[in-house]
Design a protein around this ligand. Structure first.
Ligand code: CA
Length: 234
């Protein structure tokens, strides 16, 4: 695979190390040291994945991730956040800003490459092109669009896959482990709590259309997509 990976890191030594490892693994490496250069790089060529450092001069990685998620051209590019901050709340904050995965410095090149491959695999994994409709929602894998009663819904790539799975497996309760297997694929790195973060993001995306209640929490079991509103849950 010759995917293009954009490395956004301001420290030259780390940027160089990342680029070396990315190229060793057979990918193309593009580099940027700040938000401005990132947008220039993206204008020239849209990468398949972005490795994004949390601590950047000027615009932080977290803010940049949010900007990338809200731009039509970049909203589907998977992001792996790099950071020296290993605390759980930072990790959740990173994921909530729009990152698909998170890796703490110092990282082993092997682990980083495994995560890059896992994230890329999830994004290229073939999804049937057939448009799915349920409860007023319409999801089109071909155009990567979601609409709710005609209203456009903006979702990130992971939320898109999650919603697609829910809509095609409605009314059933799925445990976090089952969702990880089905939506994230078999990889060991993602923690169960990640599912909750993406569920929150999916609900937030559906909220303007008044459809967040379609995604229901089933206490002690997991989540369910259901058109039957159940006030007792979630
Ligand atoms: Ca940095």
């Amino acid at each position: 695979m010759n995917a293009k990976i954009l490395i956004v890191e301001d420290e030259p030594a780390i940027q160089e190390l990342l680029a070396f490892n990315v190229m060793q693994a057979g990918f193309q490496a593009l580099c940027a040291g700040d938000a401005e250069t990132t947008w220039q790089q993206i204008r020239d060529s849209v990468p398949h994945l972005i490795l994004l450092d949390w601590m950047l001069p000027g615009t932080s990685g977290v803010v940049l991730a949010k900007q990338l998620r809200s731009d039509a051209r970049t909203k589907d590019i998977p992001i792996i956040m790099l950071t020296a901050r290993g605390e759980e709340r930072d990790k959740i904050l990173g994921l909530e800003s729009g990152a698909d995965d998170y890796i703490t410095k110092p990282f082993s090149p092997r682990e980083l490459m495994a995560r890059i491959r896992a994230v890329l695999r999830r994004h290229v994994q073939a999804m049937p092109d057939k448009t799915v409709t349920a409860s007023g929602l319409k999801l089109s894998p071909a155009t990567h669009r979601v609409t709710a009663n005609g209203l456009n819904i903006e979702v990130g790539p992971t939320e898109f896959r999650l919603l697609h799975f829910f809509m095609t497996h409605a009314e059933r309760v799925h445990s976090r482990t089952q969702l990880l297997d089905q939506v994230w694929g078999t990889q060991v790195f993602v923690e169960e709590r990640t599912v909750d973060v993406h569920i929150r993001r999916l609900r937030a995306a559906l909220e303007p259309a008044g459809m967040d209640a379609l995604i229901q929490t089933v206490r002690g079991s997991g989540y369910r997509f259901s058109a039957t509103y159940d006030r007792g849950s979630g």
